[in-house]
Design a protein around this ligand. Structure first.
Ligand SMILES: N[C@@H](CCC(=O)N[C@@H](CS)C(=O)NCC(=O)O)C(=O)O
Length: 253
């Protein structure tokens, strides 16, 4: 089996896929796209992924897009090593429901502080004309870019994003408590854990690790996933925003 992953080191969606490939001990080749340079909007990439976002997986010539779909796909095609989906259909459905929640809530919410804090200086340096042309070339994120503009999302948007993330930590706490932990669905790590992981890593990278410190089971979960064998190869040097953007190292959200 040959896996070729089009992705970006700091992209949260890409980190989900790298984690699953590493957890399953699958070797893979990577093509790293520079999202600020617009590599994801080039015609040859749009031919693979018409949404103009990473990640995209090429598995033996078959193209699979969307990180949630890709990690479920990987768990189906490489099931023999570390199965990340519960066998019981009821538990399996519960895991998928939580994954939909994660895609809708933290995965979307985390984009606001990410763009405002890490990427904004890049866009602020563009002319209005260049910025609009760049925003308009994005199949999936044009409206998001226009809402941000070259001055960034207002404080109200930042606060509501932190509030949505907080509701995620509370939901995680409930899931860990109900299942007996240490993972979201009990003693085995599942795709839901992988799915939410990059949002917490991102917030910690932006200096917000205290946001779940009053929820000990979430704090313990966070330490456990950092200790997982797949974590270090997934977050290779350069995968954190603070490693790429010097201006973030002094900034507190
Ligand atoms: N639902 C998609 C979302 C993918 C996505 O938003 N990717 C971001 C990086 S995490 C991206 O490529 N952004 C590029 C852009 O906004 O132009 C998935 O999970 O794969």
């Amino acid at each position: 089996m040959a896996f070729l992953l089009y992705n970006s080191p700091q992209s949260t969606c890409s980190q989900r896929v790298r984690f699953v490939l590493n957890a399953k001990a699958q070797s893979f080749d990577e093509i790293k796209l520079d999202l600020l340079a617009g590599d994801q909007l080039k015609p040859e990439y749009l031919a693979l992924n018409p949404n103009g976002v990473v990640p995209t997986l090429n598995h033996d010539g078959n193209i699979v897009t969307d990180s949630s779909v890709i990690i479920e796909y990987l768990d189906e095609v490489v099931p023999q090593t570390s199965d990340l989906t519960p066998r019981d259909p009821v538990k399996r459905a519960a895991m998928r429901s939580l994954m939909r929640f994660i895609d809708e809530m933290p995965a979307a919410a985390v984009r606001i502080p990410t763009f405002n804090l890490a990427f904004l200086p890049h866009f602020a340096a563009m002319s209005e004309h260049e910025f609009i042309a760049f925003a308009e070339s994005k199949p999936l994120r044009k409206e998001f870019m226009m809402a941000m503009g070259r001055t960034g999302f207002p404080r109200k948007e930042m606060d509501s994003s932190l509030e949505r993330l907080r509701r995620t930590y509370v939901r995680m706490n409930l899931s860990i408590t109900d299942s007996g932990g240490p993972w979201l669905f009990g003693k085995d790590i599942t795709l839901a854990d992988v799915s939410v992981m990059p949002a917490l890593v991102r917030m910690a990278d932006l200096g917000r690790e205290d946001d779940w410190s009053d929820l000990p089971s979430v704090a313990k979960w966070y330490e456990s996933i950092r200790q997982h064998a797949a974590f270090a190869p997934t977050y290779y040097p350069g995968s954190l925003l603070t490693e790429r953007f010097a201006h973030l190292r002094t900034k507190v959200l």
